[in-house]
Ligand binder design. Structure first.
Ligand code: PLP
Length: 408
């Protein structure tokens, strides 16, 4: 092939995403490299949010039982098994999210990523805008742009809480939707009921003024990993023109199994629920997901009420908090999920490089749209957390040997 130009197989967009957009995965791969060079025990990889803990016993029992039974493994309706959708709807009703929800409002999906992509594909006309709140989960960019949407950013407040004024000033004629993620990746913040009510009131008012709803897409895969004293309030329950995107990836530690759902708020202003739900199912089909995994749907239907133990996350969070406080770091208190979003005590890039030299892998804030921070994922073994605590303190001492306030 010498001298011949390489065929340009990959589209410019995808090549751009590949080279610029996969920072967390790149770091994950770098972690593997560092582990092979320095020994796995010496490297603290707190970059990726991929919980490797055991799924709940109820899930494992259901999986064992169903896997050994004769049972259907073939295609089913694109929205999922009707009886599974009925159970999910009943579960959402029992948990108080939606009083009038039925199976007709549920589409089973391949995790929250599948759910978000389906909603985007179903609602976006080319060039329509979707608002995301900074800092944000990196993948939203792909989910929006893959379906012809344009991203608009609204900043959260100084504690990463909702800034309803900032959202309102971002809404324009082409705004179609806003994505809200609580508990939040990367900040761990959980939005309280009152700020969600303010957001909802603003969206209602703006939607009425425009004569066209702004939809709210509630991305809530972390809703069962919550330490706040307040109960979790779903952003989707507070605003009628909303879609709830849920996944068991995080709560059940089954991110590789790809199972979740979309719930359409039953109070949504729709001419035809059949058209909306049918279109979501159609997108499941033509985006190539076809349907959520059959086996997982059947297992999940039996494990819906499994209780989730978050005490091991809480323990990790508390240990890291002590180390961060000892090192003089500045961060917003995480109330859910399994992340800390911490201000870097020096220039972000210098800090990330310094951390890497200490064999500590964390994700730069700029990957989430907020420069000057780093994200810690504490979905990691306890030994890794303990070692990371030592490293965080050593790094702080190195940056500021006198122990004076190190913050910029
Ligand atoms: N939304 C957020 C905020 C996430 O952090 C993730 C995964 O990390 C997802 C969605 C996608 O999760 P799933 O595995 O359910 O597709």
């Amino acid at each position: 092939n010498q001298g011949k130009p390489m065929p340009k197989v990959v589209s410019k967009k995808t090549a751009g995403y590949y080279t610029s957009g996969s920072a967390i995965r790149r770091m994950f791969e770098e972690g593997l490299k560092l582990k092979s060079l320095h020994g796995a025990d010496n490297v603290c990889d707190l970059s990726i949010g991929n919980p490797q803990f055991d799924p709940p016993g109820v899930f494992l029992e259901a999986l064992g039982k169903i896997a050994s039974e004769k049972g259907p493994h073939a295609y089913m309706p694109n929205a999922g098994y009707p009886w599974v959708r009925e159970r999910v709807a009943a579960h959402l009703k029992e948990r108080g999210f939606f009083d009038t929800i039925t199976a007709d409002h549920i589409v089973m999906t391949t995790g929250a990523a599948g759910a978000l992509n389906i909603v985007m594909e179903a609602i976006l006309n080319p060039g329509e805008e979707v608002i995301i709140l900074r800092p944000f989960f990196l993948e939203y960019r792909f989910y929006i742009e893959a379906h012809g949407g344009v991203i608009k950013f609204a900043d959260t407040d100084s504690d990463f809480g909702l800034d309803v004024g900032a959202v309102e000033s971002t809404i324009g004629e082409r705004t179609r939707a806003i994505i809200v993620n609580s508990p939040n990746n990367p900040t761990g913040r959980v939005y309280p009921a009152d700020s969600l009510e303010q957001l909802s009131a603003m969206l209602e008012r703006v939607s009425a003024e425009r004569g066209d709803p702004v939809y709210l897409i509630s991305d809530e895969p972390y809703r069962d990993i919550i330490f706040a004293d307040m109960p979790f309030v779903s952003p989707a329950s507070k605003y009628r023109n909303s879609f709830m995107c849920y996944s068991w990836s995080k709560a059940f530690c089954v991110s590789g199994e790809r199972i979740g759902y979309i719930a359409i708020n039953p109070e949504m202003d729709v001419d035809s629920l059949e058209l909306l739900a049918g279109s979501l199912a159609m997108c499941n089909r033509y985006l190539g997901f076809v349907n959520a995994p059959a086996l997982m749907q059947r297992v999940i239907a039996e494990a819906l009420d499994a209780s989730i133990d978050v005490s091991h996350y809480e323990m990790r969070r508390d240990r890291l908090r002590v180390a961060l406080d000892d090192g003089g770091y500045d961060y917003a208190e995480p109330e859910g999920a399994f992340y800390f979003f911490v201000r870097t005590p020096e220039n972000e890039k210098e800090f990330i490089d310094r951390a890497r030299r200490h064999l500590l892998l964390v994700v730069p804030g700029s990957d989430f749209g907020r420069t000057g921070y780093f994200r810690i994922s504490y979905a990691a073994p306890l030994e890794t957390i303990d070692l990371a605590c030592e490293k965080l303190k050593a790094i702080a001492a190195e940056i500021n040997p006198t122990g004076q306030a190190v913050l910029t």
